[in-house]
Design a protein around this ligand. Sequence first.
Ligand code: PGA
Length: 247
Amino acid sequence: MSRKFFVGGNWKMNGTKKVADDLLANLIKGPLDPNVDVLIGVPSLYLDYVKEKVPSNILVSAQNCYKVEKGAFTGEVSPAMLKDIGIDWVILGHSERRQIFQESDELIADKVKHALESGLSVVACIGETLEEREAGRTECVVAKQIAAIKEKICNWDNVVVAYEPVWAIGTGKTASPQQAQEVHKVLRKWLADEVSEAVSQSTRIIYGGSVTGANSKEIAKESDIDGFLVGGASLKPEFVDIVNAKK
Ligand code: PGA
């Protein structure tokens, strides 16, 4: 089964309205391969602003949301609020949320569940730390992270899985295409064994961690890598080259 290539740019906590305008202008100039789903993860404060300006071929995503619809949760944003302003995607479980904000596998799974039930599509992020990799625990760590999500959801149609080794995020140390493929293959087999062969074949598993215009073409050749989640380079003109890595 062919899976549509998917490239997300996670702006993280960067930018201003002016920066957003410049990034959008770069995307509009493109040209972007029409065979790729392109998503931008925008700071929540600017979602509405960007949504108003973005062309329809670009998906706009939040970078986080909470696990319930409304209530006394100061500082949080709910899926219902995102839907209310026309946002259909959210990135959940990013390693910065896990590490800096101490989000557990269980909380992330609850967020994924509620986001899906609220009609959002989700980029669900998983990945091991350097310490875990060096201890030979990569496969067991990512399996545990994805299993926590699987426990709470019954439909994978609106889920994109992002494998992002923590040691490769923002460090300039990209996983080699082989290292990334190895884990993606394990995850695809995990989906086949634990969910279904159909879900394993249809779910996009994208790679993140120091992806650049220069290294994206090689990584994109691997059979189980269905796209990228890009941080730093999504704030640069080369993001267009990453979108077009398959061309
Ligand atoms: P990076 O970040 O591309 O800057 O390494 C990736 C990510 O956090 O999604």
